[in-house]
Design a protein around this ligand. Structure first.
Ligand code: ADP
Ligand code: TMP
Length: 241
């Protein structure tokens, strides 16, 4: 498949049409942004790492019957994906308290939540991606109750599968953000990316942060952290599944 017209350029990826209207190519950039675009920079090799890590995790999730938009790798930094109508919602799953949750609750950073927490944010840069309730999502027609219920259950399944995948590689999956879309027949797929840009990863042994928080808070060794995640993701499983 070949890149045709540029369809969209976002903060982290460029999306191209292909010769087939049902498929797109998403090319991952080294550009990094945080705090709703206020902080901008570049992370060397990020496009490569995020593409490879996302591809591997999408393939792994497919083996657990999670429908994903991933079709094939296209290049070092790009993948072919199924073209979807995206739900304008960011779905965040949390296992351990961190990030924006600390501002909204009494949890201290690092506290394990009693059970995984699913939250929804409106994908709207101008409004600063505010948190929204399930009621808002349904009342505003962003998803039907059935679609939302399915998305929530799928998000929790993805969390269970990935949490254990990362545990076996010495990494705590603290939290992460997912995006979903649906095809012409209304079938819902996991889309976008799963990478150190969209997850919080903490090393089990040292507690070191191995994700975009290193860029957000100028913690240094950003490229090294991304590369370490790529290395661990590609480690063979030692546990028989
Ligand atoms: P942003 O729009 O937040 O700046 P990106 O730079 O990551 O984000 O751009 C990728 C865009 O492509 C996002 O808006 C995302 O919702 C969208 N997208 C992801 N997967 C698909 C897909 N399979 N079909 C259509 N759009 C997609
Ligand atoms: P938060 O703690 O800032 O709400 O972020 C929760 C998770 O979602 C964290 O792993 C980072 C990820 N995330 C994104 O991928 N994109 C975003 O725009 C935001 C705000 C968070």
């Amino acid at each position: 498949m070949r890149k045709k017209k540029k369809l969209y350029e976002g903060k982290a990826k460029i999306v191209y049409e292909t010769e087939d209207p049902n498929y797109l190519i998403q090319d991952f950039k080294d550009d990094a942004s945080a705090f709703n675009g206020v902080k901008k920079g570049k992370i060397a090799n990020k496009g490569y790492v995020n593409n490879q890590v996302s591809a591997h995790l999408f393939r792994y999730l497919s083996s657990y019957y999670v429908p994903t938009h991933f079709v094939d790798l296209h290049s070092d930094t790009a993948m072919v994906v199924r073209r979807l109508d995206m739900f304008p919602i960011e779905v965040v799953v949390r296992n351990i308290a961190a990030g924006s949750l600390l501002k909204r609750t009494k949890y201290k950073e690092g506290e394990t939540l009693p059970k995984p927490l699913v939250e929804f944010f409106l994908k709207d840069d101008e409004k600063g991606d505010p948190q929204i309730t399930e009621e808002d999502i349904i009342n505003d027609g962003l998803a039907t109750p059935e679609e939302l219920d399915y998305i929530k259950r799928l998000a929790l399944k993805i969390n269970a599968v990935l949490k254990s995948f990362f545990e076996r590689r010495g990494i705590k999956l603290v939290d992460f953000k997912l995006e979903f879309g649906k095809d012409k027949d209304g079938k819902i797929y996991l889309a976008d990316e799963i990478s150190p840009d969209t997850c919080r990863f903490w090393d089990v042994q040292s507690g070191e942060k191995l994700d975009k928080d290193r860029f957000r808070f100028d913690l240094g060794n950003v490229e090294e952290a991304y590369e370490e995640i790529r290395r661990r993701v590609f480690l063979e499983d030692t546990v028989t599944e």
